[in-house]
Design a protein around this ligand. Structure first.
Ligand SMILES: *Cc1c(COP(=O)(O)O)cnc(C)c1O
Length: 390
C-alpha cells in the first residue's frame, strides 16, 4: 500500500473510535467572547485565567522591546540568543517563586522534558502521579532512571511505593501542582513530609497553579507554604505569554544550563516575550482581589452544575471538569454547546481514561456574570436534552 493510503487507514481507525481531532481557527485575540471559525462563541476553555494574554500594558511593553530587539532571538541561550531581557525575567521569576535562581526554556513541555531527562540518573527512580501531564510522562520516558506510577494524589499508595523503592540510589517524586484535566490540587504538604521521611526529592510542575493559587499567585508552594526542590512552570497559562521555566537553587539552575538538552539545543524565546512576561509577574503579584473573584466564579459554576445533577471533578481551581463518561456523548455535548455559542471542547481518551470523557470548563477573571449565567442555562438545557439530568 502507498504511504498516504496507509496513513488514511490509520486515521479511519481514529475516526471510528471517536477520537479524531481537528483544528479550529480563532479570528480574534484571546478573550471570553471570540470569533471561532467565523462564528461568535463564548470561550470556556482557555488557560488565560487572568486575562493577561491580551493585556494592554503587556502588549505595549512587548511592542517597545520588539522594536528595539527584533522579532527573533537568533540563537540558543548559550550562543547568541541570551539578551538582558532573558536575564531580567529569570531574576524576576526567581523572586516571584522565592527561589535563588530560575532558568527559561522555550516551553513548559521542554522544561519538563529537560529536567526529567537530565536530573535523575541510571539507578535512580521517578515516582510519578498517574495523572501527570504528557510532558512529564515523556520526560520520564527519556530519563535513564526507572519510573514507578502512583495512584492519583493517593498518599498511601505513594508511601507504599516509597517503601518498595528503598534500594534505589535517589528517588524523585514528580507531580503536577494543579492537574490539568482534573483540576485537583496535589497535596504538596503531605508529599513534602513523605519526601523528607523517605529521603526523596520533589519536582512540581506548577503550570496551572502559577498566577492562580496562593495569596500572591506564586502557586502550590505558596498555597501550602512549602519549598520543593524543583519548581517547573509555564509562561503560557495565567502569565499569558509563551515559554517555560524552572525555579530552584543556584546550583540546580547551573546544572540544568549545563545538562538539560532541551535548554542547550533550543533557540531562546524572543526578548519581547520576556519583557511582556516580566510585566505579567508584576500584575500577578498585585492581583490578589482578582484571584479571589476568580475563585468565587469557580464556586458559583461548580455549585450550580452539581445542583443540576452533574458530576463535577476537581478541587477549588479554575479547571472545572464536567464528567460525561461516554466519548461519543461528550462529543455530542460539545457540539451542542458550540451550536449554542459556547466553546468548551470534549476531552477524550487518551488524554483522559476510557469512560471518563468530559467537558473541561475553565473560567477566567474576564468572564462576566451574564456569560456565566448563559453557560449554566445552556448546561441545564443540553443536559435535559441528552437525558443526563432531570
Ligand atoms: C500546559 C502544561 C504544560 C506545557 O506547557 P507549555 O508551555 O504549553 O509547553 C506542562 N505541564 C502542565 C501540567 C501543563 O498543563
Amino acid at each position: 500500500m502507498n504511504f498516504d493510503g496507509w496513513l488514511s487507514r490509520q486515521l479511519d481507525k481514529t475516526k471510528e473510535s471517536g477520537l479524531y481531532r481537528k483544528l479550529r481557527t480563532m479570528n480574534t485575540a484571546p478573550r471570553p467572547e471570540m470569533s471561532i471559525d467565523g462564528q461568535r462563541q463564548i470561550v470556556f476553555s482557555s488557560n488565560n485565567y487572568l486575562g493577561l494574554a491580551n493585556n494592554k500594558r503587556m502588549v505595549y511593553v512587548a511592542g517597545t522591546v520588539l522594536h528595539d530587539f527584533g522579532v527573533g532571538s537568533s540563537g540558543s541561550r548559550l550562543t547568541t540568543g541570551n539578551s538582558e531581557w532573558h536575564e531580567k525575567l529569570e531574576e524576576r521569576i526567581a523572586s516571584f517563586k522565592q527561589t535563588e535562581a530560575a532558568l527559561l526554556f522555550s516551553s513548559g513541555y521542554l522544561a519538563n522534558v529537560g529536567v526529567l531527562s537530565s536530573l535523575p540518573e541510571k539507578g535512580d527512580v521517578l515516582l510519578s502521579d498517574q495523572l501527570n501531564h504528557a510532558s512529564i510522562i515523556d520526560g520520564c520516558r527519556l530519563s535513564k532512571a526507572d519510573t514507578v506510577i502512583y495512584k492519583h494524589v493517593d498518599m498511601d499508595d505513594l508511601e507504599g511505593k516509597l517503601k518498595e523503592t528503598e534500594s534505589y540510589l535517589r528517588r524523585f517524586i514528580v507531580t503536577d501542582g494543579v492537574f490539568s484535566m482534573d483540576g485537583t490540587i496535589a497535596p504538596l504538604d503531605k508529599i513534602m513530609s513523605l519526601a523528607k521521611r523517605y529521603h526523596a526529592f520533589v519536582i512540581v510542575d506548577d503550570a496551572h497553579a502559577t498566577g492562580v493559587l496562593g495569596d500572591n499567585g506564586r502557586g502550590t508552594s505558596e498555597y501550602f507554604g512549602v519549598f520543593p526542590d524543583v519548581v517547573i512552570g509555564t509562561l503560557s497559562k495565567a502569565i499569558g505569554t509563551e515559554g517555560g521555566f524552572v525555579a530552584g537553587s543556584k546550583v540546580l539552575i547551573d546544572f540544568l544550563l549545563n545538562h538539560a538538552r532541551t535548554f542547550i539545543f533550543q533557540t531562546a524565546i524572543p526578548p519581547s516575550i520576556c519583557a511582556a512576561s516580566y510585566a505579567a509577574l508584576e500584575i500577578i503579584e498585585q492581583s490578589k482581589e482578582k484571584r479571589q473573584l476568580l475563585l468565587l466564579k469557580v464556586k458559583q459554576i461548580k455549585t450550580s452544575l452539581e445542583e443540576m445533577g452533574y458530576t463535577v471533578k476537581g478541587d477549588h481551581t479554575p479547571i472545572i471538569p464536567v464528567i460525561i463518561e461516554d466519548t461519543q456523548k461528550a462529543v455530542t455535548f460539545a457540539n451542542r454547546l458550540q451550536e449554542k455559542g459556547i466553546y468548551a471542547p470534549a476531552i477524550r481518551p487518551p488524554t483522559v481514561a476510557i469512560g471518563e470523557s468530559r467537558i473541561r470548563l475553565t473560567v477566567t477573571t474576564d468572564h462576566t456574570s451574564k456569560e456565566i449565567d448563559y453557560l449554566l442555562e445552556t448546561f441545564n438545557l443540553i443536559g435535559k436534552e441528552l437525558n443526563m439530568i432531570k
